[in-house]
Design a protein around this ligand. Sequence first.
Ligand code: NDP
Length: 251
Amino acid sequence: MSEFKINTVLVTGSNRGLGFEFVQQFVNRENPPETIFATCRDPEGARSQELKKLSEKHGNVIVIQLDATDSASINAAVKQVEKHLNGKNLDLLINNAGVLNPQSLETQTAEDMLQVYNINVVGPMLVTQAFHHLLKRPGEESKAKSAIVHISALLGSMQEVPKLFSHFPVISYRCSKAALNMLSCCHAVGYKQDGILSIAIHPGWVQTDMGGSQAPLTKEESVGEMMKIISSLNETQSGTFVDHTGKLIPW
Ligand code: NDP
């Protein structure tokens, strides 16, 4: 049984891929959230047109500019969200935005390592920090009522390295997702007294621009499964790393 109700949700990187699918599936729920803050880097760009159309059709989808690596952009997004919420809280933050650059041990550069870390780790850290006051449920230690979902990856699991390394070395991506998992654990422990749950979810290998067309899962399948996990989140799952089916992944 879930300990929180999703009336308000914010998704990063929601103009395409899994982020856009999250917004679509929230919109199509039997009881959709009152407000879905669909954030993306470039709301007017060519790759945001589908999201724009969706928001024109559904009044509860609010498109907001948010570059997860840019503090000024994040702070401006917080102000807009606060205005829309008008004193209400944020129930769910989905840190979905991410990048993968296919670097091997031989080709990995410092520049790429830092860029990927900045987007995949510093981004979720800054975004969560900035929205923390809206997620926080003061004085309700035992009853969690909000959640942070970090979209992580199996490639960030250290125990899985021997199985997949030769096919997918992706050094900067692996290191960044391992670090994101640590951030998620820190959020789970550090924000427990604020009534905030934190979980890291591997969406499976999914057909998106990042996952490619050979991936076995469709966006609909992956997000559909993740929605089930999110909807029934409880305190015992906070601080864990699971796949889209809810199975625990070893660190
Ligand atoms: P896509 O490449 O399809 O989409 C990535 C999204 O992240 C885009 O909306 C992109 O925006 C956004 N983004 C990138 N950088 C930033 C930034 N600085 N600020 C805000 N948004 C940004 O990827 P997926 O949808 O496949 O991936 C979503 C998440 O799922 C990622 O975290 C990824 O690591 C994870 N994942 C995906 C898997 C897969 O098989 N697809 C497997 C495991 C994990 P823009 O259009 O502006 O570039």
